[in-house]
Design a protein around this ligand. Structure first.
Ligand SMILES: Nc1ncnc2c1ncn2[C@@H]1O[C@H](COP(=O)(O)OP(=O)(O)OP(=O)(O)O)[C@@H](O)[C@H]1O
Ligand SMILES: [Mg+2]
Length: 337
């Protein structure tokens, strides 16, 4: 349904995303994780033809067979919403505060599907019900600020569903919510992909919600996909030192109140796009770095069962690879529920 091959996104000479390949099949749920600035949102936006104006996009994006890299805005518009739609991060800024929920949701339906006002209202009520908003009719005349954060996020999801997309991208849909509400929104997204047979790309910093929401995970660092594989296996036994570091940096309830409560974190920060090493993007921060890592970009090694990781240590160990040494992050990676 969605096939991305060697997609690169440059700002001037600097790569925000470098040769990313991924695919999403009908009904499949794929997570993208990685620290701030590693290219998740720029990648997601480019899948809707909404990359920033300054961005140079190269490679291939195929949606239902149609090649869209280099496509005109008119062609993108014929796919956007129907083939692929996006739930944005900030419900408050994505919803016009001066318009009523009913108007916000009816507009794209009237515009794109040419339904009458009355038919559109029936559709809006069905959408609000589908995303779990109680008493939908009472919501039609309300403004976004009259809804709770969780309900606003549900309205945004309803908005993205308005044109029956085959693939939904949710970029950090839970960061503005408390943990309990985050879980409920994640479960809603999972239910919707099941009931609609829709593909999902779920972007988040939160490995816990990614583990709950997705079957496959893509780990990005500094614009590169450094590891990918089945979510459970990858998070239980990461092969790339960066993935291991991300897991070790997670706050764990078990460790709160323990003798050592200081979090293990990865030293340093994601380098800005203009200052990235030509080799492995994680070099300079990696605890198990080899001399050639900074200059020589590691190829992705096939680890079986759809798992791949790009690390020189795995290449050295042969195709079966070695587990990331426990000292890569200071401690053994812990399993994710
Ligand atoms: N319009 C732009 N011009 C230049 N660089 C940009 C532009 N937009 C994004 N970038 C750069 O691209 C890189 C990737 O940014 P992106 O927003 O995709 O990160 P992200 O992984 O989504 O981070 P976060 O978790 O904070 O949302 C960043 O280094 C950012 O500075
Ligand atoms: Mg982002």
């Amino acid at each position: 349904m969605l096939e991305v091959e060697r997609l690169s996104i440059r700002f001037g000479e600097a790569f925000a995303v470098r040769e990313a390949s991924l695919s999403v099949a009908p009904g499949e749920r794929v997570g993208i994780v990685g620290e701030s600035g590693c290219g998740k949102s720029v990648l997601a936006a480019s899948l809707l033809g909404l990359a920033p104006e300054a961005a140079r996009v190269a490679g291939s994006i195929r949606l239902s067979g149609a090649e869209l890299v280099g496509a005109s805005e008119r062609r993108w518009r014929s796919h956007r919403g129907r083939d692929i739609a996006m739930v944005f991060q900030e419900p408050m800024s994505a919803l016009n505060p001066l318009r009523r929920i009913g108007q916000i949701l009816a507009e794209p339906i009237v515009l794109h599907q040419g339904l009458s006002r009355i038919a559109a209202e029936v559709r809006v009520l069905a959408l609000l019900d589908e995303v779990g908003i109680p008493d939908p009719r009472a919501r039609l005349s309300q403004f976004p600020h009259q809804l709770s954060g969780g309900q606003r996020q549900r309205v945004l999801i309803a908005l993205a569903l308005a044109a029956d997309p085959s693939i939904l991208i949710a970029d950090e849909p839970t960061t503005a919510l408390d943990a309990n509400m985050a879980v409920r929104i994640v479960d809603l997204l999972v239910d919707l992909t099941r009931s609609r047979g829709m593909g999902l790309i779920f972007i988040s910093h939160d490995l816990g919600v990614v583990a709950r929401a997705t079957e496959r995970v893509i780990v990005m660092y500094g614009g590169d996909i450094v590891e990918t594989g089945p979510t459970r296996g990858t998070l239980a036994a990461p092969r790339h030192p960066y993935t291991a570091g991300l897991l070790a940096a997670r706050p764990s309830i078990a460790r709160v109140g323990a003798v050592r409560t200081r979090l293990s974190t990865i030293p340093g920060t994601v380098p800005p796009v203009g200052r990235r090493a030509p080799g492995c993007p994680f070099s300079g921060r990696c605890a198990v770095e080899l001399p050639r890592c900074a200059g020589d970009r590691p190829r992705a090694i096939d680890l079986g069962e759809g798992a791949r990781a790009a690390c020189h240590r795995l290449a050295d160990a042969g195709p079966r690879g070695d587990r990331v040494p426990e000292d890569a992050s200071g401690r053994a990676p812990e399993a994710v529920r």
